[in-house]
Design a protein around this ligand. Structure first.
Ligand SMILES: [Zn+2]
Length: 186
């Protein structure tokens, strides 16, 4: 395949940190659902982990409700590319209200690839993955948003993907008086 971009490398490292394929039959697998993954990608954009990604509000289904979330189209495209290369696998899960949600997991070749990538990429992704206490964090879907949780020291933080105010503020039009109809000042 063509060489992975920096963002693709960091994405496969990120996904490999939160998922685990089974090594033998009946062994438990760990998958990450699409919204928690997109939430981590969004957080990674703010922390400078993903330098080529942007995000925009998009309507998503989260725990049975439709909500606007900050979604990175580039991140989604890279997930699709990594899947095409066989580094990640997708599972479609039917929810109780008959909506399909996707979940992702690194394949064995994805885990191997992640392990072979340069240290600076791992260090960058650690910003999303590692707790201040040094332990790996896990991600939990809760009613209001996904949360990063450290089971060792008990610290937890909300991963904001539904807070679209910042985008609205940055990209919103700036109205000055000249744009207002004459009688609007009354
Ligand atoms: Zn901790």
């Amino acid at each position: 395949m063509t060489e992975l971009t920096q963002d693709q490398k960091r994405l496969i490292i990120l996904i490999s940190n939160f998922t685990k394929p089974a090594k033998k039959r009946n062994e438990e697998e760990t998958w990450i659902k699409k919204i928690p993954l997109l939430a981590l990608v969004n957080r990674g954009i703010h922390l400078g982990v993903f330098e080529g990604y942007d995000f925009a509000p998009s309507l998503v289904d989260y725990m049975g409700t439709s909500r606007y979330a900050n979604v990175s189209k580039e991140g989604e495209d890279d997930v699709a590319d990594l899947r095409e290369e066989g580094y990640i696998e997708r599972l479609k899960l039917a929810t109780s209200n008959h909506v399909y949600v996707s979940a992702y997991m690194s394949t064995h070749s994805g885990i191997k690839l992640a392990g072979s990538l340069e240290k600076p990429h791992h260090d960058a992704v650690d910003k999303l993955v590692k707790c201040k206490c040094g332990s790996p964090k896990s991600i939990e879907s809760r009613e209001d948003a996904p949360y990063l949780v450290c089971k060792k020291c008990g610290s937890e933080e909300k991963v904001d993907i539904f807070d679209i105010r910042e985008v609205a503020y940055e990209s919103g039009p700036v109205f000055s008086d000249i744009w207002l109809p004459p009688d609007s000042t009354k």
